[in-house]
Write a protein that binds this ligand. Structure first.
Ligand code: NAD
Length: 510
């Protein structure tokens, strides 16, 4: 296939693109203390289009000091929930009103298809709105022991929250942490992913416009091993919310241990979609195509392993491969594009190497390399492997690209063993019309989140998180509020004091 897109259309460059991105500390845009910067590429041309300030320990120290001042001097942590909520709603309004611009920049920087980047921008606004509502509805526990005692929970923000985020849906994932951290009255230092700093640079302006006090939000760009590491090891940052690879999570866990920090870990996945013969096959195929090829396959909850009951296996594989071949790879800014460009050439090389491994491990039935008609940029053809053995690397390891492994099963027990036979446990998708089986099977899967006869459609009130190597702790709804707050129990005696008396045994009562 040859394409006829002109050179200019290939690399849509947004108007007024910055050429330089700084840190934002204490309400000011600043360079790194040592003046260092790093290159940022766009994934369609892989050309450097901007320089971002490369933060190190000295920059993190400044940002944490600013956040600490904003926490101890206020007013943010002591404002009424309603007052903070109003500012969060204003943030949501501004994000919504700029959704097209945000999506344009995000799509340019990350290679995500523009329609999907737009959905993510709106979801970011929704995250702020949700936590703005939740914080005013928040009630804390009280327990009564009639006539004797009342206990109540005094909930308070913790301090400076360190937020470390990945590049796959940068703006949305930042909002997922910023929303609850700010709603609960903490101040923050955000360290966004170094591949995609562009959309994060917009937060400062949005927050200023919405009336967030200076110093409450601070941003330090930089490499994980420099800026991220310094944030994790900073003694004045009592909690870290991290989303990224499981191996990075392990490293952070170790580095945070001497400080006994609160940790929330949203890590990798290799989520199964299990398709039983009685399922609505067409719906299952549509959902499992979307489940692994949306967001370029760079999705933590991607259904990257499809387990199919033997009696419908050949039919499923044939139809799935045919549909995968029709998934439209295109330039990220084109509204017709379904799969865009992978974020970075390093990640492209990683995904391509897995495709080569897959060719030696299984049967290739769609894709298998660079997308036709795209000589440069990180374009991968939606790739489908069938007959994948459970010990294959493409069955076990997170690829984080548009690559799926399909494996047959004969019995429910075998399906469950296959589903659970990896180190990850983030999401799972079950397709069957058997009511009993669907629930029993769902409950037996090692996964933090299960969808029955559904794609990944998430209610913001539900717990979000994984088990095994996919993470630790849950956020979502009130669980996020719990993570970002201290809960002090206050016990009050009512009536007579019932004291066991020590030291009075020898007192003469005569
Ligand atoms: P990554 O682990 O390489 O990086 C994530 C962030 O951590 C980046 O900001 C990076 O700079 C920083 N970092 C790296 N080393 C660090 C260190 N030593 N100390 C402190 N910070 C450090 O992950 P990635 O490649 O950006 O993102 C892809 C991964 O994220 C995939 O594994 C994916 O499954 C996972 N992910 C999980 C979820 C979830 O909710 N479970 C959501 C999205 C992505």
């Amino acid at each position: 296939m040859t394409h006829t897109v002109s050179d200019t259309a290939r690399r849509h460059v947004p108007a007024d693109l910055p050429t330089r991105i700084q840190h934002y500390i204490g309400g000011q845009f600043v360079d790194s203390v040592d003046g260092d910067t790093f290159d940022v590429l766009d994934p369609v041309s892989n050309e450097v289009y901007l320089q971002a300030s490369a933060g190190k320990k000295a920059d993190i120290d400044r940002a944490v000091a600013a956040a600490r001042r904003a926490f101890t001097d206020g007013p943010w942590p002591t404002m009424l929930p309603r007052e903070r909520s109003r500012i969060l709603h204003r943030i949501a309004d501004i994000v919504e009103s700029r959704d097209a611009r945000l999506a344009e920049l995000e799509s340019f920087d990350s290679g995500l298809p523009i329609t999907q980047a737009l959905g993510q921008a709106r979801r970011a606004a929704e995250n702020f709105r949700f936590f703005a509502d939740l914080i005013v509805a928040q009630a804390d526990d009280t327990y009564k022991v009639p006539g004797r005692q009342i206990n109540y929970v005094n909930r308070t923000p913790i301090g400076v929250a360190g937020l470390i985020t990945p590049w796959n849906t940068p703006f949305m994932l930042e909002s997922w942490k910023l929303g609850p951290a700010l709603a609960t009255g903490n101040t923050v230092v955000l360290k966004p992913a170094e591949f995609t700093p562009l959309s994060a640079s917009l937060w400062a302006g949005i927050f200023e416009e919405a009336g967030l006090p200076d110093g409450v939000f601070n941003l330090v760009n930089g490499l994980g091993e420099d800026a991220g590491d310094a944030l994790v090891k900073h003694p004045d940052v009592p909690l870290i919310s991290f989303t990224g690879e499981s191996s990075t999570g392990q490293l952070i866990f170790g580095n945070a241990a001497p400080f006994l920090k609160g940790l929330s870990m949203e890590l990798g996945g290799k989520s199964p979609a299990i398709v039983f013969a009685d399922a609505d096959l067409e719906a299952a195929i549509d959902a499992t195509i979307f489940g692994v090829f949306s967001l370029n396959g760079e999705r933590c909850t991607a259904g990257s392993r499809i387990l199919v009951e033997r009696s419908v296996y050949d039919d499923f594989v044939e139809r799935y491969a045919a549909q995968a071949k029709r998934v439209k790879v295109g330039y990220p800014h084109d509204p017709a594009t379904e799969v865009g460009a992978l974020v970075h050439p390093e990640h492209y090389d990683k995904v391509m190497s897995y495709i080569e491994i897959g060719k030696s491990e299984a049967r290739l039935v769609a894709g298998g390399g660079r997308a036709d008609g795209f000589e440069q940029g990180n374009f991968v053809s939606p790739t489908v492997f069938a007959d994948v053995a459970p010990d294959a690397r493409i069955f076990q390891e997170e690829i984080f690209g548009p690559v799926v492994a399909i494996t047959p099963f004969d019995t429910e027990d075998e399906a469950l063993a296959l589903a659970n036979g990896v180190k990850y446990g983030l999401a799972a998708y079950v397709w069957t019309n058997d009511l009993k089986r669907s629930h029993n099977f769902a409950q037996a899967i090692d996964a933090g989140m299960v969808w029955l006869n559904s794609n990944n459609v998430r209610d913001l009130r539900t717990p979000f998180g994984g088990v095994k190597a996919s993470g630790l702790g849950h956020e979502g709804g009130y669980r996020s509020i719990d993570f970002y707050t201290q809960q002090q129990a206050v016990h009050i005696t009512l009536g007579k004091v019932h004291n066991p008396t020590f030291g009075k045994a020898d007192v003469d009562h005569h």
